[in-house]
Design a protein around this ligand. Structure first.
Ligand SMILES: Cc1cc2nc3c(=O)[nH]c(=O)nc-3n(C[C@H](O)[C@H](O)[C@H](O)COP(=O)(O)OP(=O)(O)OC[C@H]3O[C@@H](n4cnc5c(N)ncnc54)[C@H](O)[C@@H]3O)c2cc1C
Length: 396
């Protein structure tokens, strides 16, 4: 087999890249290790920055999102018995975020790829990149017991944190930076009306809690938990009791509870791999970086990588201009590190750390108090939350 861009991974990064390239007449093939049902069964992110929303519209996959997604103009911070609103729209000159599940984004992208005749090979195992330092890289993979070779001009490794792309980079080239947080998030998805029209981020003496949603009838709630927490010990009742304890009184009183339809524990990690390019292979999304979910940045960072990489590949094919590809790692990383900083800061501000003393708790309260009483403080938070602008022209 032969194509122009071989894409490893059929998550949101790989599918969005595939869709954008296809619309510009650039041939590509996506190799996904899992079955489609498995990929579409994953419950993950749900808050989309405006940059990603616009990319999805431009990629002709925004129709259902615009119909079913919820535009959020702000969110709430609860701490020390108070609840303060961050007015995203007012503080950023009109910017907002869209609440629309990653699962739905992925479904829309799969449907679009199918409708346009895009080639997404599911259940492709043993995907291996070869000769990435040469002008003729290729991928091998096994499908239904048959090994196949896919020759391509470039490889995009959009294969998530545990993917094969980053692992095939030479050890002396790759530098990684990591912080593992000493707690996780216990998340519950329930078919109940969300407790509020907007998200509530709560800093509480018993630990962080988040009230989020996927639709007007589908709620997503989280409580901070220990890393070694046993999921079996968390009945729905226990979860709802703990969540109510950590929420502001008014929210706890109106919280609608119901049976969980998904319950899981996610560890929290900050991670960056540098560089994001080696030879003719480019890393995008979770393959290159992970953020703790506190600032809702994981999926959105994947999108900004795809923005830079797709533009660079289009310039390469349509104008024979390789500048974007040469600068890809530097351009993408500049935004990655800023989102890493925001996610780390918000995680540090909102969570209870195991070694946290009274002084540290007082510092958190003082910072939240300052932040919500200062227009400058709230503006800094709001402009990071809605997403920093993509650097126009920097990729050229
Ligand atoms: C449990 C969980 C909860 C999350 N919650 C949030 C949240 O609330 N908010 C938020 O902003 N972000 C969240 N994230 C992060 C967000 O989901 C990711 O940043 C986003 O999925 C990144 O997209 P991606 O396409 O780069 O990677 P992925 O979505 O991981 O997709 C990578 C794809 O590559 C495939 N793959 C892997 N290895 C191979 C291989 N060797 N060969 C072929 N295919 C391969 C995988 O099966 C997968 O489909 C969460 C992540 C997880 C894991």
């Amino acid at each position: 087999m032969k194509t122009q861009v071989g894409i490893i991974g059929g998550g949101p990064s790989g599918l969005l890249l595939s869709q954008i390239l296809h619309l510009q007449g650039i041939e590509n093939v996506v190799l996904e290790r899992q079955s489609r049902d498995y990929v579409l069964g994953r419950i993950r992110a749900g808050v989309l920055e405006q940059g990603l929303v616009e990319m999805l519209r431009d990629a002709q996959v925004g129709e259902r999102m615009d119909r079913e997604g919820l535009i959020h103009d702000g969110f709430h911070l609860a701490f020390g018995g108070r609840t303060e609103r961050i007015d995203l729209k007012g503080l950023t000159g009109g910017k907002t975020v869209m609440v629309y599940g990653q699962t739905e984004v992925t479904r829309d992208l799969y449907n679009a790829r199918d409708d346009m005749g895009g080639l997404v090979i599911d259940e492709a195992t043993d995907v291996t990149p070869h000769d990435i330092e040469t002008d003729a890289p290729y991928l091998t993979f096994v499908k239904s017991g048959l090994e196949t070779r896919l020759d391509c001009d470039f490889i995009a490794a959009c294969d998530g944190f545990h993917g094969v792309g980053r692992q095939s980079m030479p050890k002396n080239v790759l530098k990684t930076y990591e912080r593992v947080y000493p707690f996780g998030w216990l998340g519950v998805l329930s078919r109940t009306r969300p407790v509020d029209e907007e998200l509530i981020y709560a800093n509480h003496a018993r630990g962080f809690a988040l009230c989020s949603m996927r639709s007007p009838t589908l709620s997503r709630y989280y409580v901070q938990c220990a890393l070694d927490e046993n999921l079996d010990e968390w009945s729905d009742d226990r979860f709802w009791d703990e969540l109510k304890t950590r929420l502001p009184e008014a929210a706890a009183a109106t919280l609608v509870t119901g049976p969980s339809i998904e319950k899981s524990i996610a560890p929290l990690r900050s991670f960056v791999a540098e560089p994001m390019t080696h030879g003719r292979m480019f890393l995008a999304g979770d393959a290159a970086h992970i953020v703790p979910p506190t600032g809702a940045k994981g999926l959105n960072l994947a999108a900004s990588d795809v923005y830079y990489l797709s533009r660079a590949l289009i310039a390469q094919y349509q104008k024979d201009d390789e500048t974007g590809l040469k600068n890809y790692s530097k351009t993408a990383l500049s935004r990655v590190w800023k989102a890493e900083r925001f996610s780390w800061w918000m995680t540090t501000l909102m969570h209870k750390f195991p070694d946290q003393g009274v002084f540290d708790a007082k510092m958190q309260q003082a910072e939240l108090d300052y932040l919500t009483s200062s227009k400058a403080g709230m503006t800094a938070m709001a402009e990071n939350y809605v997403g920093l602008p993509y650097q126009e022209g920097d990729e050229q």
